[in-house]
Structure formats: structure tokens, C-alpha cells
Design a protein around this ligand. Structure first.
Ligand code: HEC
Length: 195
């Protein structure tokens, strides 16, 4: 009886010892990795938010200047230049990528396609697609969903919503445009930020 109880207390000691030792190398490493992943995630979210706000602001003022037509032409010339200049300024690579893209420069690579598919599946299952960081040996890549909103329909909705004239302007800039026919809530694309 006493042997059993002393084995029992030994086990308790060992288990408790493991758990109450936050300074062990392994648990410190885990905490460090967790902290750096959290801060990468926060930093990336901020960058996506900043870039999104900048693009939307520019889009709105172009529409105010000369309607949707002006805004299409403005985006054609400036969208990539804007994301590139924020990237340079922040020393990261910020992109908007999409399966059904307008500008073929924004196409998905293999990893982006996998992440895109999983976000699409989440939406189909009625869940909210979440931002994610895919890490490999020498880089971290952040992805976050870009969902379609009502305000996007004038350039990414149905033919009727875009209108014949504006559709013709879009097609003149983008002969292989695949970014039409979206509905609010659809997964329009993703932020891709290489850190
Ligand atoms: C005035 C027209 C217009 C409106 C409104 C508009 N877009 Fe676009 N969008 C464009 C053009 C033009 C491009 C291509 C830009 C380029 O050449 O890089 C584009 C590209 C994109 C891309 C990059 C991927 C790709 O297909 O090339 C995403 C993502 C995107 N739009 C999402 C949105 C969302 C979300 C909204 C609403 C909040 C929106 N857009 C509203 C015209 C518009």
C-alpha cells in the first residue's frame, strides 16, 4: 500500500514538475515562436488594412473626380504602383492576388492557390475565412481574405451592374479579365504579404 502511494506521489511530482517549469528550454522556445508568430500576424493585418484603406481612398476620389470610368483608368495605371510603393516603404512585398483576376500579374502561385481553396471551402461551409501565415525555411507569407462588397459591383459585378460602356473600357485594358460576375460576400481575392 505504502509503495503504491509513494509511486503515486512520485508520478504527481514529476508531472507537476514538468508543468510548473516555465523556464525550461523547450517551453521558452515555444513561447518565443508563439510571440513572434503573433507579432507577424498583427503586423501583417495592419499592413493589409493600411494598403486597403489607401486603395479605397484613391478609388473613391477617382470616382468623385470622373465617375467609374475615371476610376477604372486610375486603377489600371496606379493600383500596382501603389501597393509596390507601400511595399518598398515598409520593406515587405504586399500584393492582392486572385483566382479570377483582372490583372494577370495578380494570379495565384501554388501556395496561394492552396490557401485560396481552403478559404473558399470555409465560406462554402458557412464559416469565416481567417488570415493565415505560411512559414517556410526562409520566409513567412501572410494571407487574408478579400471579400466582395456592394461598392465593388460597379466594376466586378454582372454585365448589367457594370454597364456596357464601362465593361468595354475594362476589356480594353484587360483583354483576359476574369474578375466579373461576383456577388457580395464572395471571395474576391486575398492579401498576400511576404515578410
Ligand atoms: C472603378 C472600378 C473598380 C471598383 C469600384 C473596384 N475595383 Fe477592384 N479592380 C479594378 C481594376 C481596374 C483592377 C485591376 C488593377 C490592376 O491593374 O492592378 C482591380 C483589381 C482588383 C483586385 C486585384 C486582383 C485582380 O483581379 O487583379 C482585387 C482583389 C480587387 N480589385 C477587389 C476589389 C474590391 C474588394 C472592390 C470593392 C471594395 C473593388 N475591387 C472595387 C477596378 C475596380
Amino acid at each position: 500500500m505504502s509503495r503504491i502511494s509513494s509511486i503515486f506521489s512520485l508520478v504527481v511530482l514529476v508531472v507537476a514538475g514538468c508543468q510548473s517549469n516555465p523556464n525550461s528550454e523547450a517551453s521558452k522556445l515555444n513561447t518565443d515562436i508563439q510571440e513572434s508568430t503573433d507579432s507577424l500576424m498583427n503586423r501583417s493585418k495592419e499592413l493589409a488594412l493600411l494598403t486597403g484603406k489607401t486603395l479605397k481612398g484613391e478609388l473613391m476620389s477617382a470616382i468623385q473626380r470622373g465617375g467609374v470610368q475615371e476610376a477604372i483608368n486610375y486603377c489600371n495605371v496606379n493600383a500596382l504602383a501603389l501597393t509596390d510603393s507601400i511595399s518598398k516603404n515598409k520593406q515587405v512585398t504586399i500584393q492582392r492576388v486572385a483566382e479570377r483576376n483582372r490583372n494577370p500579374e495578380n494570379k495565384l502561385d501554388d501556395t496561394s492557390q492552396e490557401v485560396f481553396d481552403s478559404m473558399k471551402q470555409a465560406i462554402q461551409a458557412g464559416k469565416k475565412p481567417e488570415p493565415i501565415i505560411v512559414s517556410s525555411a526562409n520566409k513567412h507569407v501572410f494571407f487574408a481574405p478579400i471579400r466582395l462588397e456592394g461598392a465593388c459591383l460597379s466594376c466586378h459585378g454582372t454585365e448589367d451592374q457594370i454597364g456596357k460602356e464601362n465593361l468595354a473600357i475594362i476589356q480594353s485594358h484587360y483583354p483576359n479579365d476574369k474578375a466579373v460576375g461576383f456577388q457580395p460576400g464572395d471571395l474576391r481575392g486575398m492579401w498576400r504579404i511576404e515578410l
